[in-house]
Ligand binder design. Structure first.
Ligand code: ASC
Length: 230
């Protein structure tokens, strides 16, 4: 790879931006909100943004670009598939736990479920992510699918993976926005209190993280060389 340094700069920036996003989500719920617990209270709901940003955004983002790390090109393709699948499975589990936390909190407080656009798109994203994972496992990881089927499905796997990732980030932005509108009362969101500024910055970082990952994933010359597959 002739522009190894540029790739490393993108990788380091995305890791930094993703890591700071996770920290900001923790500062949000621990410093400005009710903290974290599992008791049906608002502190249980707070797992929702933390686990979505950690799992569904950060870990999923890393899972997407894991084949592009040049020092893994001498590892077997099968090992890299296990790492890709393992990171995505971890992200799926965290996303499901985070959705359970949101439903639990709503049910304990008689708050209606599944009325917002955030919840519709978010649940669709979780369902399609599970389908993507099980299909990917069956076609690309297990040894049964013929090469022609793998080759036919690979562009669809890549396209739907990137689309789900972008949708998850858009859904996180909707969730952040509605939470700030619901939760900030005195002072209100419109008065730009420090919590609003911090969480707006978190949203900005999620967009930057998504852009960096999608850039790395869409550069053909940063792909794992086919000759080194095995
Ligand atoms: C796989 C694998 C690939 C693709 C290719 C079809 O399972 O390891 O490189 O599918 O065979 O595009």
């Amino acid at each position: 790879m002739e522009d190894y340094g540029r790739f490393l700069a993108f990788l380091a920036s995305s890791l930094l931006v993703g890591f700071v996003s996770v920290i900001l989500s923790l500062v949000w719920v621990l410093h400005y909100r009710e903290g974290l617990s599992w008791d049906g209270s608002a502190a249980e709901f707070n797992w929702h943004p933390v686990l979505i940003i950690t799992g569904f955004v950060f870990i999923q983002g890393i899972a997407i670009i894991v084949y592009r790390l040049p020092w893994t090109w001498k590892c077997s393709k099968l090992l890299m598939k296990f790492i890709h699948a393992g990171l995505n499975t971890t992200a799926m589990i965290l996303a499901i736990v985070s959705v359970v936390a949101a439903f639990d909190f709503h049910n304990a407080g008689n708050i209606p479920n599944m009325y917002s656009l955030h919840s519709w798109i978010g649940l669709a994203a979780v369902i399609f992510y599970c389908l993507q994972l099980f299909l990917g496992f069956a076609v690309f990881l297990l040894p049964f699918a013929p090469v022609r089927l793998r080759a036919a499905l690979m562009p669809i796997h890549v396209y739907s993976g990137l689309t789900i990732f972008a949708t998850v980030i858009a859904t996180a932005l909707m969730g952040i926005t509605e939470k700030l509108i619901f939760a900030l009362k005195n002072p209100a969101y419109s008065e730009s209190p420090p919590e609003a500024i911090l969480v707006n910055c978190l949203g900005l970082l999620l967009v930057i993280f998504g852009s960096l990952i999608l850039w790395m994933a869409s550069r053909p010359h940063w792909k794992r060389p086919p000759a080194e597959n095995a």
